[in-house]
Ligand binder design. Structure first.
Ligand code: PMT
Length: 402
């Protein structure tokens, strides 16, 4: 069974010569077991007849927002709710501009506004239109909102020019969606960013301030989120753990690098999980050369690092934000305080300094959110991560359906 089997996909077709490829795409999606309903913009119908899509998908094609007969059969809100995934292929420059600016002037844009299913676009347009600053800005805006793009690719174009702007081939689109696990699992179609491991703060070129985090907990969480169907980005400090299958790993060393790596990807993510043991302080001035042992004592001036978790949670439109808390005493009091003070959606607190926590195989977590609590008893970090991701998925969906 592929990641797309039994998934309900609204295939939006907008006006462009690549619309003919979407007929094949409909078939390819069905071949891997997806259920497809097609929505066409008025411009798309100038390129391919709706009847083609009706025959291929086996369902009536949805064309008009204001068609009482079509609305009676399956209204646009119903269609928006029905979808596990909205795939727009080809996505024209005009459609992306209207989507970026929240217009709801046809059935497809209205449906995109009304759905909470993930939206994926496969752009197709002339290379200069793709390069145009207006299109670049619209693409950046859409990506910041979590809308994903597949392609375009470079090659010869219908207009006779050669360059970037060709829609991906139907098989490539199906493959990309299948690989991302879009549409399957509790976190299907969501992007999760996990931080893991320690950070190293340079004292001089050969010495650093670090901690005992192995990365095991964060890597286990990343693997569990991937198994739950999410696209997973793992921002990792120095760690010997191997990258879980299907997870995109970004290596960093210091807190400042981890902060940058997270901030650069904020626009792509739905859920942030901070499992890293980020240094709270770093040497105010790292020496350029190895420090010699001339003096009897050495005093290092330290300065605060960036608080990554807080920076994520304080965004105007933050992702669902989960922090960890590593405590040696008063676990619940400190965890609840961090939950409220940093405006987190959830916090997973662990006892450290004994047999669990840093660099251990087992761990135990007390998980808190505004109106709830769960105790996840001592077990392997892999099993614990599975349960934590279940809880996160449940709270994430509860928040988004509220
Ligand atoms: O890696 P392992 O060996 O498997 O160990 C797992 C672990 C014990 C490291 C992990 O379970 C854990 O508790 N991680 C968080 C450790 C920590 O730094 O806790 P804290 O209470 O100091 O920080 C609270 C939260 O703020 C954490 O989510 C942390 O990632 C985040 N933080 C802290 C400082 C900072 N500058 N930026 C941050 O984002």
């Amino acid at each position: 069974m592929t990641a797309l089997a039994q998934r309900k996909i609204v295939l939006g077709v907008t006006g462009g010569i690549a619309a003919y490829k979407s007929a094949d795409l409909t078939r390819r999606l069905q071949d891997v077991g997806a259920e497809v309903r097609v929505v066409m913009t008025p411009a798309a119908t100038q390129f391919v007849a709706p009847l083609t899509f009706q025959a291929l998908s086996g369902n009536p094609v949805h064309l008009d927002l204001l068609d009482p007969a079509a609305e009676a059969a399956m209204g646009h809100i119903e269609l928006a709710r029905w979808a596990d995934l909205v795939l727009v292929a080809p996505a024209s420059a005009d459609f992306m501009a209207r989507l970026a600016h929240g217009l709801a002037d046809d059935l497809l844009t209205t449906l995109c506004l009304a759905t909470d299913a993930p939206i994926v676009l496969a752009p197709a347009m002339n290379r200069l239109m793709w390069r145009n600053p207006a299109t670049r800005d619209n693409v950046a805006l859409l990506q910041r909102r979590g809308i994903r793009l597949l392609g375009p690719t470079a090659g010869s174009q219908a207009c006779g020019e050669v360059g970037e702007g060709r829609m991906l081939e139907p098989l490539e689109i199906v493959q990309a969606l299948s690989e991302e696990g879009a549409g399957q699992g509790r976190l299907a179609g969501r992007t999760v960013l996990v931080t893991a491991g320690p950070t190293y703060e340079a004292i001089d070129p050969v010495r650093f301030i670090g901690n005992r985090s192995s990365g095991r907990m964060g890597y286990a969480v990343a693997a569990a989120a991937r198994r739950a169907g999410a696209r997973v980005l793992l921002v990792s400090g120095p760690s010997q753990q191997s990258t879980p299958p299907g997870v995109e790993r970004i290596d960093v060393t210091s807190a400042a690098e981890m902060y940058r790596a997270v901030m650069d990807r904020l626009g792509e993510i739905d859920i942030f999980i901070g499992a890293a043991a980020v240094a709270d302080y770093r040497p105010a001035q790292a020496a350029n050369a190895k420090i010699k042992k001339d003096a009897e004592t050495l005093t290092l001036a330290l300065e605060r690092t960036e608080d990554i978790l807080q920076a994520v949670a304080m965004q105007p439109r933050p992702p669902f934000t989960v922090g960890f808390a590593a405590e040696t005493h008063d676990l619940e009091r400190y965890a609840r305080d961090k939950l409220a003070r940093k405006k987190l959606d959830m916090i997973a607190a662990n006892w450290v300094g004994g047999e669990t926590g840093f660099d251990s195989v087992d761990n135990a977590l007390e998980v808190f959110w505004a109106d709830g609590h769960a105790s996840l008893g001592r077990q392997s970090k892999d099993k614990l991560a599975e349960q934590l991701v279940d809880l996160i998925a449940e709270r994430y969906h509860a928040k988004h359906s509220a």
